[in-house]
Write a protein that binds this ligand. Structure first.
Ligand SMILES: [Zn+2]
Length: 384
């Protein structure tokens, strides 16, 4: 029998806990298994928000998460009145947004079961937003379940995390990701293995890479950059290339999503049904949506740059592997000869410095540094 938990790769240790909670939630009594505030943590790509959404589905599904019924389907696509998935469009979640959310979820669940709020980026809550949320979490006897997601427990305010049950997701193994891509997504074994390996257990990224030729060729360009760094001019060129590629990738991935969202919104306002164009309310809502999409695009460019920098870091990691003679565990096996050649001409330890320079640049970008300048400084630093 299929279940909403099937797609959680390598997370067997938490699936049992979630199933137990769902079963306990049916009895109506307050039990050890079921509690109304949870934190899901795990590295990017481990699927912390997928786990939270699956839990939300199972809580409202009459069959405890069958993945087939209306409840399961509508919860997954954001169409269920009792399930709200908060995806951050901006770089932080502000207190006004939380207050607005709290008014929305103050109603009793429409179906009589649970009202579930999934917050994908609880680490982006400002302090005042977190405090506003804390009050809601502390409220006893409510039918609202809070599912917060964050990279680590340290990213969540101590007062909040002390009131939540914590579930830690694991990075799935390359083998497990490969198998899912083959079985679930019908991807050829060679491609699945390649995508799983270079994505380092990030299942969403692996699938994206395996199914998009342009994304693969962009990655190839990024991975060639270290081989071309020799002069200052080359460093600036490399920085610009990296930004261009990341921007292009972010735009392509969000464009189709943006269009679909606007269509859905117009439908909701009855555009398709009446054919009489949109009412003013709808026009205003579309404007709001477009504003949100714009700020999401900024974030997605940043995410995309971060992904490219992570890819770049794997190059230097492999250089270290080559220098220590353990080529077996190289990530970029397709570039093995180039990397070995590169490694033989560089002093030992230089790759480690370059990796830390990349990580430092990622930190700066996470703190909102200007992307191009940060990448230029990085490329100049690692071309030495
Ligand atoms: Zn169901």
């Amino acid at each position: 029998m299929s279940s909403v938990f099937d797609d959680l790769v390598g997370q067997e240790h938490i699936i049992d806990i979630l199933k137990g909670a769902v079963a306990a939630s049916r009895t109506g009594s307050d039990s050890q298994e079921m509690t109304h505030a949870w934190v899901f943590t795990g590295p990017p790509g481990s699927g912390r928000s997928s786990a939270a959404v699956a839990f939300a589905q199972a809580l409202i599904c009459p069959n405890q998460g069958c993945d087939k019924c209306n409840e399961c389907q509508s919860a997954a696509t954001g169409g269920h009145p009792d399930v709200e998935v908060i995806r951050t469009e901006g770089l932080s979640i502000k207190v006004e947004e939380i207050r607005e959310l709290l008014t929305r979820v103050a109603w009793a669940p429409s179906m009589g079961g649970w009202r579930v709020v999934v917050m994908e980026d609880a680490d982006r809550l400002t302090e005042s937003a977190a405090n506003a949320l804390l009050k809601a979490i502390e409220e006893p006897g409510t039918r609202t379940v809070w599912l917060l997601c964050a990279p680590t427990l340290h990213d969540v305010l101590p007062t909040i995390r002390s009131r939540c049950r914590h579930l830690q997701l694991r990075t799935p193994s390359i083998e497990a990701v490969t198998q899912v891509l083959i079985k679930r997504d019908n991807i050829s074994p060679t491609m699945a293995e390649f995508a799983a390996r270079v994505s380092q257990g990030h299942i969403g990224r692996a699938k994206y890479l395996a199914t998009n030729e342009s994304v693969r060729s962009n990655r190839k360009v990024v991975m060639q950059l270290p081989l071309q760094l020799g002069s200052l001019a080359a460093a600036f060129y490399a920085a610009q290339t990296l930004i261009d590629i990341a921007t292009e990738e972010a735009i392509t991935s969000s464009e189709s999503r943006d269009e679909k969202e606007i269509e859905k919104l117009q439908e909701a306002y009855g555009k398709g049904a009446t054919g009489r164009g949109m009412a003013t309310g709808a026009a205003k809502a579309v404007k709001e949506l477009e504003k949100g999409q714009k700020s999401r695009a900024t974030r997605s460019v940043r995410d995309s740059i971060d992904g490219a920098l992570l890819d770049l870091a794997t190059f230097y990691r492999d250089v270290m592997m080559a220098q220590s003679g353990v080529t077996k565990s190289m990530i970029n096996l397709d570039m093995r000869l180039e990397i070995e050649n590169f490694a033989s001409k560089r002093p030992a330890h230089s790759a480690a410095h370059k990796m830390s320079a990349i990580m430092e640049a990622r930190n700066q970008l996470a703190m909102n540094a200007a992307p191009l300048v940060t990448c230029e400084a990085l490329m100049c630093s690692i071309s030495r």
